[in-house]
Structure formats: C-alpha cells, structure tokens
Design a protein around this ligand. Structure first.
Ligand code: ATP
Ligand code: LTN
Length: 332
C-alpha cells in the first residue's frame, strides 16, 4: 500500500449531477486527488432508498462514472468504484447496525427531510442510510472525507461508530476527518434560495445540471430568484443574490469582495449574464469529455473492473479483522 493518506467520498446515482455537487464535492475531489490515495464511490445501494427505475439506475451509474472522469478525476491514479461491486460494504454495515442506536438515526436531518419528501416510502434503508455511509468510510480506513455541509451530521456518526467499535473491541478503525469548504459547502436552489440545491429536485429550474445545454444554463441563471434591490453586494439577508455570488466565487476562484468590486454600479442582468458565461465555460470541457467517454463504454467498464478489484483487497482486509474481533468463527 502507498504511504499516502486515504481520501474517500461518494455520490448517489439519483437525479442529475448539478453545480451544487460539483462545488460541494467534485471540485474538491479533483483538487485533493493527487495528495491522497483516493477512492470515489458511486453509491448505488444508497440510491435504492428512494424508488428507482432499474434500467435508468443502471445507465445513471455509468453516466456518473463518466462525469467523475470528465470533471477531472484521474482513474489511472485513483480508484472509482460502484458500491454494489464490493459486497463488504453491506457486510460491514450489518455489524455497525448492531452498535448504532435508533435514537441516533432518528435525529438525522436528512432522514427527516427525505421522509417528508417520500412520505409513502419511509423504508428501513432510508433510516439506516447513515450506517451504510459509515461502513463505506470505515471499510477503507479513510483519513479524509470531502463532502458538502449537508453531510456533516452523517460524518459525525461515522466517527462516533468508529470510536464505539474501537472502544468495545479494540483499535480497528481510523478516525475519519470531514473536509467541508467554508464557502460553497451549501449551494442553494435557484428558485428557492432558502433550500439547498438538490440533484433530485423535481423542479429542474432549481438546479444547474452539469450536462445541461448552454442556452438552458443561461436561461436558468437569468430566471434565478434574486430580490428587488439593485446593487450587487453580499448580504445573507438577500439569499438569492448571495448564492449566485457564491457560485461565481467558487467557479472563478475569486473572493466575493473582488467580485462585488468588479460589479459595482452594474445591474443584476449584467452580473447574471457574466455568471452564465462563467458556468457555460466551466462546463464546456466537462461536457465534451463526457460525450467522448460515453462513446467508449468498454473503457468505462475497464475502469470499474480495476476499481472493484483494487477496493476488494482493502475491503476484505478490514472486514476479516472486524469479523474476528466480534467473535465470528472464521471459515477455513
Ligand atoms: P439527492 O437530491 O439525489 O438526494 P444531492 O444533490 O443531495 O442528492 P448527494 O448524492 O446527496 O446529492 O450528495 C453528493 C455530494 O454533493 C455530497 O458530498 C453532498 O454533500 C454534496 N452536495 C449535495 N448538494 C449540495 C449543495 N447544494 N451544495 C454543496 N454540496 C452539495
Ligand atoms: N450520503 C452521501 C453519499 C455517500 C458518501 C459516502 C459520501 C455515501 N457514502 C461515503 C462520503 C463518503 C451523500 O452525499 N448523500
């Protein structure tokens, strides 16, 4: 194994990847990938917690892999893996289920939100979702986990379970650290800037999709909710404008102050037109690379085969240690 620390993160193949996922997660993955031994998951088992059309789920998994690579993840230097290809995720989850309290899962805000959103399908998977996420992380002894701010509570549970297991048996799991950007950790919906931008949002006008055509991206930004003010300043009580400024800052790598100075005396329409251009220019190379990759499914399958083989080695090692510690009789 290399000397580098381990980075691990994942995204559910539900909905369509959006600029929130890009800024909150993918962009950080790309920036950090060389510093760590990195594992990027497509968490298809998590996606099952809300209703999926099987053929679409299958296609979306491959499409997400292509989008990871198109955004700049280097599959030769890092591991890209589909969660269901490595059975140890589910196996470790079962062990962790037995040291997780109902009360801990009941407090999870994502569970509360998703239960409201899918009130006809509040299944056990939705409830124990954070335990599977803890298994993803602990299975690979991850040191750092780059995610958006909405995942902070889940990360805290993963740390708590690592600590609990280590204390109850003996030192087994590394303590994972969250990596959440101070700005851009929570990109908000375009039409409803009080709620987070979410790739499964039913209203497509709320999100900027990574694969949306340029004219649609520009149109959505033009129509994004702002307020009746005229000056371009950063003010949390003006959430629509603050969100657009945040997106501008993250994509241009400029500070908010610098952007505010740049647009002093200009109108919203001017700022939105510039932001539209910035988003389109950022996504153009991603979309080009994506089309090339989707024309070569054989290549994507090779990446996934290598990813599964490599992950399996890490996963088997941790799981057999866990099975031994909890007292399972080992198969000879
Ligand atoms: P869904 O709507 O399908 O539940 P989602 O958009 O919330 O999905 P996830 O798969 O839950 O996306 O998250 C993938 C990654 O993107 C996570 O690291 C998450 O924290 C990050 N992320 C999701 N939404 C945002 C957002 N609005 N701002 C910043 N980061 C985000
Ligand atoms: N729950 C995460 C996705 C996820 C994840 C992980 C993120 C599943 N397993 C492991 C980091 C590490 C979400 O973004 N909804």
């Amino acid at each position: 194994m290399s000397e580098k620390k381990i980075l691990l993160s994942g995204i559910q193949p539900s909905g369509k990847l959006c600029i929130g996922n890009y800024i909150g997660a993918l962009k950080n993955w790309v920036n950090l990938q060389d510093e760590y031994e990195s594992i990027f998951l497509v968490v298809d088992m998590h996606a099952l917690t809300v209703k999926q059309v099987p053929s679409e789920l299958r296609q979306r998994c491959l499409s997400f892999v292509a989008q990871y690579i198109a955004c700049g993840i280097d599959p030769d230097e890092n591991t890209i893996v589909i969660q269901s290809h490595v059975p140890q995720h589910a196996e470790l989850m079962w062990v962790l289920n037995s040291i997780t309290y109902m009360g801990e899962l009941n407090r999870m805000t994502q569970f509360k939100d998703k239960s409201k959103q899918h009130n006809k399908n509040i299944n056990v998977g939705l409830f124990s979702y954070p335990v599977l996420m803890a298994a993803d992380i602990l299975l690979y002894q991850a040191d750092v986990v780059p995610v958006g701010a909405d995942q902070k509570q889940h990360l805290e549970l993963a740390r708590e379970l690592a600590h609990r297991f280590n204390h109850q048996y003996s030192d087994t799991f590394k303590m994972p650290e969250p990596f959440i950007s101070k700005t851009g950790g929570r990109i908000m919906s375009l039409q409803d800037p009080e709620k987070k931008m979410s790739k499964s949002d039913e209203n497509d006008n709320n999100i900027l999709g990574l694969l949306d055509p340029s004219d649609l991206l520009i149109k959505k930004i033009k129509r994004a909710v702002t307020d009746s003010g005229t000056d371009i300043v950063y003010d949390q009580s003006r959430p629509g404008l603050a969100n657009l400024l945040g997106i501008y800052a993250k994509l241009s790598d400029k500070s908010i102050d610098k952007i505010v100075a740049q647009f002093e005396g200009k109108m919203y329409s001017h700022f939105k037109a510039d932001l539209g251009e910035l988003v389109v220019e950022t996504l153009r190379p991603v979309q080009e690379k994506y089309s090339q990759l989707m024309d070569d499914k054989g290549y994507l399958e090779t990446v996934l085969k290598a990813g599964a083989d490599k992950s399996f080695v890490h996963a088997r090692k941790t799981l057999s240690k866990v099975y031994r510690k909890v007292g399972f009789l080992l198969k000879k």
